[in-house]
Design a protein around this ligand. Structure first.
Ligand code: ATP
Ligand code: MG
Length: 298
């Protein structure tokens, strides 16, 4: 059998570093995302997930490393070139980020008015198609204040889809939604990925969502991707019984604790170790006495 040709990633992050002042949030992050796949990025609060997403869309500058989208390094790219790249990506921000003074249709039309020369009636048709995709066509003339949280997410998604992006980024798409609405958004993410063939990067710490939508999953820890693996791999780690878990490498035990939401495990031990160190030193930055967890895979 002839070997499959190497697939080129649509997103390729290498050695990405982000510092805010003297605080290093991202510290040598590598990640490849391949065409059509749904990559779920997980990690604790404040671990740098949103920062990573913002660097990937070119709205936050990296301190070092490279991020290629469609084979082009966007780090240090000029605004005009960056805007061309941005036309090929859609972003659903956590809040939905809709303009309250505009109707839902107006919000979805905005990227088309700003970035294309299409006639208004063609834009209208495009808007209807996008609203139909997210199940909001009947609500086109409502204002954001008149619709529910789940509908706002849908509207934000319709706007993210306006320019027919090749990559969709989602920051916590189901945060703040009830379980049923959240499951509906998951269904929509899966549908869009299948219908449109888009590549998706989804940040979430809702584990039900993560396992429902992911092809592959990545765990962000201490500024790096600890493990990037298939959903099935993560499911196996999650479902490893207690009796077998102690034999796992620490990185896997950490992931297992995160996925299961267990009260005990490496994450808790590390927190205890760092607060003990803080205590001894009277606060400030924790010294490097934390149990170190080595990445096992790319
Ligand atoms: N503009 C900024 N200036 C200074 N520090 C920042 C800035 N943006 C983020 N940070 C810091 O970087 C760290 C990572 O933040 P980020 O929002 O990326 O985390 P997150 O993983 O998305 O967290 P959450 O799960 O709470 O959304 C935090 O400690 C945050 O305080
Ligand atoms: Mg965040």
């Amino acid at each position: 059998m002839t070997p499959e040709p190497e697939r080129e990633p649509v997103i390729r992050c290498r050695g990405v570093v982000k510092r805010f002042g003297n605080k290093t949030v991202i510290d040598g992050l590598d990640l490849d995302v391949f065409p059509g796949e749904t990559m779920v990025v997980m990690g604790g609060s404040g671990s740098g997930k949103s920062t990573t997403l913002r660097m990937m869309i070119g709205s936050v500058e990296t301190s070092a490393g490279s991020i290629e989208l469609f084979g082009k390094n966007i780090c240090g790219m000029r605004e005009r070139a960056l805007n061309d790249v941005r036309k090929k990506i859609g972003v659903l921000f956590q809040s939905g980020a809709l303009f309250n003074s505009m109707t839902i249709a107006g919000n979805v039309a905005l990227p088309l008015q700003e970035h294309t020369d299409l006639d208004p009636d063609i834009i209208d048709i495009q808007v209807k198609i996008k609203l139909e995709l997210v199940g909001l066509r009947e609500h086109a003339d409502k204002f954001p204040a008149e619709i529910s949280g789940g509908m706002k997410k849908r509207a934000g998604l319709a706007r993210a889809l306006a320019l027919d992006p090749q990559i969709l980024f989602y920051d916590e798409p189901s945060a703040g939604l009830d379980p049923v609405t959240s499951a509906e958004i998951d269904r929509l993410i899966i549908d869009l990925s299948k219908k449109l063939g888009v590549t998706s990067v989804v940040i979430t710490h809702e584990m039900d969502s993560a396992f429902a939508i992911a092809d592959r999953m990545a765990m962000l820890d201490k500024g790096k991707m600890l493990v990037v693996e298939t959903r099935e791999w993560y499911e196996r780690v999650r479902d490893t019984p207690d009796a077998d878990a102690h034999a796992m490498p620490e990185s896997q035990r950490l992931i297992r604790q995160f996925l299961r939401g267990d009260a005990e495990g490496p994450i808790t031990e590390r927190k205890a170790a760092s607060s003990y160190a803080d205590d001894l030193l009277g606060g400030g930055e924790a010294p490097p006495v934390l149990p170190s967890v080595e990445p096992t895979r790319g």
